[in-house]
Design a protein around this ligand. Structure first.
Ligand SMILES: Cc1cc2nc3c(=O)[nH]c(=O)nc-3n(C[C@H](O)[C@H](O)[C@H](O)COP(=O)(O)OP(=O)(O)OC[C@H]3O[C@@H](n4cnc5c(N)ncnc54)[C@H](O)[C@@H]3O)c2cc1C
Length: 370
C-alpha cells in the first residue's frame, strides 16, 4: 500500500511515522525547502487540554486523549533518535487581573469542576509564592496540573528523522498543485515535477489545506496568525507556564523565555510587526514588571490552521481514499501523536478507536446546502 501525504508539518510527519512503523510505503510532499518550518516550528509547545477547551464535548475528549498519548510517543521518538525533546510536566497557572478576566476564569472553573476535571483555585498570595516573578495586580488564578511543555522544534525534527529511519520518503520543494480524482475517489496528486498516484491521499497542508480551488470538496481552513517573542534571562524566571488573557510565558530552558502571543486574521501574511511586539509586551508587563527592562532577542510568527468552528478537520471525507488531517488550530502539537494514530488506523484497519464524526468536513457541506 502506498500513501501520499500532502504537507510535512507535525501532523503529516506524525501520520507518516505511524504508517512507516506499520510497514506502509509513505511519501510526504512538502512545498518548502525543509519540512516542519511553518506553524509546527512557530508554536510555543504548550500541551494543555484544559487550557484550550471551551466546554465539554468531542473537542475536550480529543484533547484529553491527545494528552494521554504524549509520554509514550515522546519516549518512542527519543529512544529512536537519541534526542531530548524536553518534555516537562510543568503545569499551568491562568491568572485574572481584571473584572473581565475574573468572569472568564469563573466560567472556566465552573464548567471544568462540574465536568470532574482536575484544577484548583489559587489565591493571589499563593501565586506570588509559586512564581515570584509575577508582581502584577493578580486577583486569583486557576492551576491546571495536567499541562506540560515540549520543545516543538525538536519534536518535529524527531518525527522527521523517525519517518526517514523507518523508510518513509520526505520530498521537499515538492508543492502539490492539484488533487487527481476519478469519479468519487482521489487517486493521486499533481506537482510541478509530475503526477503521483497512491492508494490513499491525506491532506495535512495546515492553513493551506484548501489550496486546490478547483477541487470538488471545499476545505475551509482559515490562517490565524500568531506572533511570539523570545527573551534571554540570566536564570529561569518561571517554574510553571503562566498566562493571563493577554500573554503567556513558557520558560523553554534555563535562559530561554518564550512570550506569546497574538491572534490575528491577516490572511497568509506572516510578517512580524511592531504592533504585535507591543501587544505581547504590554500583556507580559502587566504580569511581570521586569519585562519592561528586557528586549526580545528573537521574534517570529506562524499561521495556526483554524476552521470556522475552531474544531479540526479529521478523517474520512465524501471522496474515497481521501482523508483530512488539518485545522488543528492552537493544539496541533498536543494532538499530533493521536492524529497520527487515528489516521494510520483508518488506513490500515478501516476504522479507528474514536468517533471522528464531529470533526468531519461534512459538517460544513451540510450547512452549505441548508
Ligand atoms: C504562534 C503559534 C503558537 C502555537 N502554540 C501552540 C502550542 O503551544 N501548543 C500546540 O499544541 N499548538 C500550538 N500551535 C498550533 C500548532 O503549531 C499547529 O496546530 C500545528 O503546527 C499544525 O500542524 P500542521 O502540520 O497541520 O501545520 P503546519 O506546521 O503549518 O504544516 C503544514 C505544512 O504543509 C505544507 N504545505 C502547504 N501547502 C502545501 C502544498 N500545496 N503542497 C505541499 N506542501 C504544502 C506547508 O509548507 C507546511 O509545512 C501554535 C501555533 C502558532 C502559530
Amino acid at each position: 500500500m502506498r500513501v501520499l501525504i500532502v504537507g510535512g508539518g507535525i501532523i503529516g510527519l506524525s501520520i507518516g511515522e505511524e504508517l512507516t512503523r506499520r510497514g506502509v510505503e509513505v511519501q510526504i510532499l512538502e512545498r518548502n525547502p525543509e519540512a516542519g518550518t511553518e506553524a509546527s516550528s512557530a508554536a510555543a509547545g504548550i500541551l494543555s487540554p484544559q487550557g484550550e477547551a471551551k466546554g465539554p464535548g468531542p473537542l475536550l475528549d480529543f484533547l484529553q486523549a491527545g494528552y494521554q498519548m504524549i509520554p509514550e510517543a515522546v519516549a518512542r521518538l527519543e529512544s529512536l533518535t537519541r534526542m531530548d525533546l524536553r518534555l516537562r510536566a510543568s503545569g499551568m497557572l491562568a491568572l485574572a487581573l481584571s473584572d473581565a478576566d475574573e468572569e472568564e476564569l469563573e466560567q472556566v472553573y465552573s464548567w471544568q469542576t462540574k465536568a470532574g476535571l482536575r484544577l484548583d483555585r489559587v489565591s493571589a498570595s499563593h501565586v506570588k509564592q509559586l512564581e515570584p516573578a509575577v508582581d502584577g495586580p493578580v486577583r486569583w488564578g486557576i492551576w491546571w496540573p495536567q499541562t506540560s511543555q515540549i520543545d516543538n522544534v525538536r519534536f518535529v525534527e524527531a518525527y522527521r528523522r523517525a519517518v526517514e529511519a523507518q523508510g518513509g520518503k520526505i520530498e521537499t520543494n515538492r508543492p502539490v498543485t492539484r488533487f487527481l480524482t476519478e469519479a468519487d475517489r482521489v487517486v493521486g496528486v499533481e506537482t510541478p515535477q509530475g503526477k503521483l498516484f497512491g492508494d490513499w491521499v491525506v491532506n495535512c497542508a495546515g492553513s493551506w489545506a484548501g489550496f486546490d480551488l478547483s477541487f470538488s470538496l471545499p476545505i475551509p481552513t482559515i490562517p490565524v496568525k500568531g506572533q511570539i517573542l523570545q527573551f534571554r534571562t540570566e536564570r529561569p524566571w518561571f517554574q510553571r507556564i503562566v498566562r493571563s488573557a493577554r500573554a503567556y510565558f513558557v520558560q523553554r530552558w534555563a535562559q530561554q523565555l518564550i512570550v506569546g502571543t497574538t491572534v490575528e486574521q491577516a490572511g497568509f501574511n506572516k510578517e512580524v510587526t511592531e504592533e504585535g511586539r507591543r501587544t505581547i509586551q504590554a500583556g507580559a508587563k502587566e504580569l511581570v514588571s521586569r519585562m519592561a527592562s528586557i528586549s526580545p532577542e528573537k521574534s517570529w510568527s506562524g499561521l495556526r490552521p483554524g476552521t470556522p468552528d475552531q474544531m479540526p478537520l479529521l478523517g474520512p471525507t465524501p471522496l474515497k481514499q481521501f482523508l483530512l488531517a488539518a485545522g488543528h488550530y492552537r493544539n496541533g502539537i498536543l494532538l499530533a501523536p493521536l492524529t497520527g494514530r487515528l489516521i494510520a488506523d483508518w488506513i490500515t484497519r478501516g476504522t479507528c478507536s474514536m468517533d471522528l464524526s464531529a470533526f468531519s468536513v461534512t459538517r460544513f457541506l451540510a450547512k452549505k446546502t441548508v
